[in-house]
Ligand binder design. Structure first.
Ligand code: MRU
Length: 378
């Protein structure tokens, strides 16, 4: 269970894995994070007692992945509220920690709105803090529920699109329990296929430069007992050509109003390959990842990270601008690098978007808007 509050049971994370939880030791409330920069070698935790520590954890990718960033952002606002820090300042810092995943701003704004609304209704600071924490817990719980629903919709879709009943699925980056209140987005669908005896192989892209596939998805696949193989990102082309991929399943960091999908860099080339080879390219994301206020892919801000993530092999990875002590150089000193953290896949390359409210295929702005309207009616 991700959150230890018995009043608010959250999630169905793999046995014994606590990705993010709120704790209240005598010294004061803290947010405890599994440090994802240390995986798979070490399962160590980071204890955030204040918002700057959480912002640092977000920038360095100790906590990462769109849905979890939203949850972390909401708890960060609660941390500020409960500990008596300036909530407006905390919300600003958190929201700006990373630019692309829309969930981060969503979680921060939702928790901050609950805080201000409580104050407006006459609550004292302590009561407003409790209301803010309750909102963060609600988001955490909703994300876990959304994960389960996406897994079911995604599995049904796979059965429709892929013949033979036994799937070879290619995934990129990490979209499992490490990014969610539940079992994740795209990886939750693959886990569902595995449990149903319908996963022949999970192909795991290593996901350069920070290796979320190799370090994190392979870790989760192993924990779940899934049949998986790791490949370099560059090997995907020959895998498609050999007819070894039945569907691509990926997550999203932001889906614009026209259905353009921002996801981990390397997603767009997979979409092009999938189109060429007539393989379904399926995006799995909660409606909290849809941003109807951003018109199209060109309007999405893509995070540019330090070139050192490319010119050096460094573990754990460091946040942009951190000069650190340096990793192992793999390029001549002074080499400039191009290091966007995400790329944009246009809607015409996406076969379907799976959300907790249902599936759209083909991907259209009208379809997306309808799904989002359904989620806000609940
Ligand atoms: O830079 P990261 O590791 O935070 O990027 C994460 C991704 O791109 C995931 O694929 C995306 O957030 C979807 S997670 C459900």
């Amino acid at each position: 269970m991700a959150d230890q509050d018995a009043q608010s049971p959250v999630g169905s994370e793999p046995a014994g894995l606590s990705v993010l939880r709120w704790e209240e030791p005598p010294e004061g409330p803290v947010l405890v994070l599994l440090d994802q920069t240390r995986l798979p070698a070490e399962e160590t935790e980071l204890v955030c007692t204040d918002v700057p520590a959480l912002v640092d954890a977000i920038r360095t990718l100790a906590v990462r992945g769109a849905p979890l960033l939203g949850i972390a952002g909401a708890y960060g606002v609660a941390l500020a509220a409960v500990r008596g820090f300036d909530v407006a300042e905390a919300a600003g810092l958190l929201e700006q920690a990373r630019p692309t995943a829309v969930n981060l701003g969503y979680g921060v704004r939702r928790a901050a709105a609950a805080y201000w609304a409580a104050l407006d209704k006459g609550a004292g600071p302590e009561q407003a803090g409790a209301v803010t924490l309750a909102e963060a817990r609600a988001l955490h719980r909703e994300d876990a529920e959304a994960s389960g629903r996406m897994a079911r919709f995604g599995l049904d879709l796979l059965d429709e699109l892929v013949s033979g009943g036994s799937h070879r699925l290619l995934t990129h980056c990490n979209t499992g329990a490490l990014v969610s209140g539940g079992e994740g987005t795209a990886l939750a669908v693959a886990i569902g296929a595995h449990r149903a005896g319908r996963l022949r192989r999970l192909w795991v892209d290593e996901t350069r430069p920070l290796l979320q596939g190799a370090r994190l998805t392979a870790y989760e696949a192993a924990r779940n007992g899934m049949p998986y193989s790791l490949l370099t990102d560059n090997a995907a082309g020959s895998l498609f050509a050999a007819g070894e991929v039945d569907a691509v399943l990926i997550g999203a960091d932001r889906i614009a109003a026209d259905g353009s999908v921002a996801n981990k860099v390397g997603s767009y080339p997979l979409a092009v390959l999938a189109k060429y080879h007539h393989v379904p390219f399926i995006v799995v994301a909660p409606t909290t990842t849809v941003d109807l206020l951003t018109a199209d892919g060109a309007s999405i801000t893509v995070e540019q990270r330090s070139g050192r993530e490319v010119t050096e092999l460094t573990f754990p990875p460091r946040g942009a601008g951190d000069e650190g002590t340096g990793g192992v150089p793999v390029a001549p000193v002074g080499t400039q690098a191009y290091n966007p953290a995400f790329d944009i896949t246009p809607p015409e390359l996406v076969t379907a978007i799976v959300t907790e409210e249902g599936v759209i295929s083909p991907v259209t702005g009208a379809g997306l808007a309808e799904l989002c309207a359904r989620s806000s009616q609940v």
